[in-house]
Design a binder for this molecule. Structure first.
Ligand code: GLY
Length: 339
């Protein structure tokens, strides 16, 4: 095992080999696995006995209907309150199956194997789960901590480059929020090196997990500091809603770069640090131009009251490794982004 983190004594996050870690983590209880179909095809069955439910989920099918389907599958297999649910997949799968575990029979124990970089550095960590409702992201869900999360960097070698890059956006986000050292290390490597050097990758994943565990440990329910983890996400969600041209990480990269520019205008961030953010994201292969005009994105933010409410909590970088959360109206946000 390379490293382990403890989130409020309720959730342990391990970075290391799945085969070595998993047998020692599973409780002495009946286990049912929910496994992403692509992962199962690439890596074979999980090293656990018991039933496995194979799923193929996307943002479009990350819905209450999919949660209900999982509940039915559990019921059909006779799962009861003592059953442990092991979920293996990327963020869409852990979000959906985590919600199913948190609500089946009012909540059963569960753990995750995070199979994508995005899952390992963000989605699987911190106890948020949920599904989309009418295209609004994560409108129904709970806070419920997985008992463990296994992040095996070795699993990422089979990720398509574009999906790997998507996770890098969340890695860079974590560095901007709270780890200047990680940011500097990322500046020193290129995309292919990061993909292939498993020690380097394990170290970067561990650093991002540390940032998230520290923040979530202080503010699990996102009443304050956890909002920092949403850096770049207000515009990213608008991009994802307006266009299918970008995946989540690609949209987060655009949103982060735009927030860095806005932070310079707000007098919070030096132009040099803003340039470093854009240069790092650019070097990792992100296209930082929004796929639709900025005005269209701002319209989307203005119409997204259902998800966002009247007050937006906008995260602005205040340096590399430091950021601040500013409450503002939609009009205030528009002014900040337009400059
Ligand atoms: N992905 C942001 C959070 O977990 O709070």
């Amino acid at each position: 095992m390379k490293s382990a983190f403890n989130l409020q004594d309720r959730s342990r996050i391990y970075i290391g080999s799945l085969d070595e870690l998993l047998p020692g983590l599973l409780p002495d209880a009946r286990t049912v696995a929910v496994v992403d179909g692509t992962f199962a095809r690439l890596h074979g069955p999980l090293p656990v006995s018991g039933d496995a439910i194979e799923v193929s989920l996307t943002e479009r099918t990350k819905t209450l209907a999919s949660v209900e389907r999982l509940h039915r599958e559990l019921l059909a297999r006779g799962a009861d309150r003592a059953t442990f649910l092991l979920v293996a997949g990327g963020g869409v799968v852990t979000d959906t199956a985590g919600f199913a575990a948190a609500t089946y029979m009012r909540g059963i124990r569960f753990g995750y194997v995070a199979t994508t970089l995005l899952g390992q550095v963000d989605a699987a960590i911190g106890g948020k789960n949920g599904v989309n409702v009418d295209g609004y992201k994560n409108m129904a869900g709970t806070f419920a901590q997985p008992e463990f999360v296994v992040c095996d960097p070795g699993l990422l070698a089979s990720l398509p480059p574009r999906e790997f890059r998507s996770g890098l956006a969340e890695l860079v986000k974590a560095a901007i929020i709270a780890d200047a050292g990680l940011f500097a290390r990322l500046e020193g490597v290129d995309f292919e090196t990061l993909r292939r050097d498993s020690d380097l990758l394990a170290d970067a994943i561990a650093a991002a997990v540390r940032v998230k565990v520290d923040i979530v440990g202080r503010d699990e329910r996102e009443t304050g500091e956890r909002r920092k983890l949403n850096l770049g996400h207000t515009l990213a969600h608008a991009i994802e809603k307006c266009s299918s041209a970008m995946n989540h990480g690609e949209a987060v990269a655009v949103g982060t770069a735009l927030m860095a520019r806005a932070a310079v205008r707000a007098g919070l961030l030096g132009a040099g640090d803003c340039d470093r953010i854009a240069a790092l994201l650019g070097r990792l292969g992100f296209d930082l131009r929004p796929p639709v005009p900025l005005e269209r994105l701002l319209e989307e933010v203005a119409h997204d009251k259902k998800r966002l409410g009247d007050v937006l909590h906008i995260v602005l970088p205040a340096g590399i490794g430091d950021c601040t959360v500013r409450p503002m109206s939609v009009a205030g946000f528009e002014g900040l982004v337009r400059g």
